[in-house]
Design a protein around this ligand. Sequence first.
Ligand code: PXL
Length: 268
Amino acid sequence: MKTAPPIVLTVAGSDPSGGAGLQADLKTIHQHGAYGAAVPTLITVQDSVEVGRVELLPVDLVRAQLSALLSDLAPAAAKAGALGSPETVRALGAVMEETPFSWVVDPVWLPSRGVPLSTGDTIAAYKDAVLPHAALLTPNASEAGALAEMPVRTLDDARAAAERIAAFGAEAVLIKGGHLEGADRGTDVLLHRGELDVLKADAIVPGRFHGTGCALSAAIASRIAFGVRLAAAVEGAKAWLAGALAHAFPVGRGAKPANHLWPLDEKP
Ligand code: PXL
């Protein structure tokens, strides 16, 4: 390899099962050919079935990790996953304000399986401190509803929620549709530069999965780190994830993680 790969930073929670969180992010970043750096924010006790316990790292420890890392390494892009508390959300927002690279933010506070990953008024903290500095926010329909203060059940709801969330300052918003009424499964809404696009899934893969949002946001950040423009990074990451889900395998008794080893250019 002649040139050094770009550095992609993830700030996220630990999932020891490797399906979500920091571990999924690092594998996704590596699979994209970038160099992964990682700041943990919280530790979960979990297997592939459920999240049993969540322990937050003290906010000053998260801040110290970021400060040491960023005084030495120069990421080309970053992503944020589970942050755990409004204090950590605000601490990250202050860091984002000072950094020259793009941040993809996956606002995670409720895992589909088990205990909440955040406490207190996390939603307000995201709005005040993080959204104004995010290149892209990637909520699912329920997170988008909480941020936009409206129910998000249909494709039209998702469009309206994306506009409301963008008004808090995020440059772009990708609402991961999942099961929106009036749309095929896996249809997402992307609001970017004032333009709304409806993105269909490359493949509809039946089954229950774990950590798909983590893999998607890490894949988008990795593509941005290589200089791919936002809309193309989102589309490319979605296509890669469709293959990674179509070729997922069980790692335990619970939901399957995406197959992080799935090659970048192969069709599902
Ligand atoms: O998929 C959301 C998520 C993010 N981060 C951590 C998680 C989960 C879901 O379980 O455990 C650490």
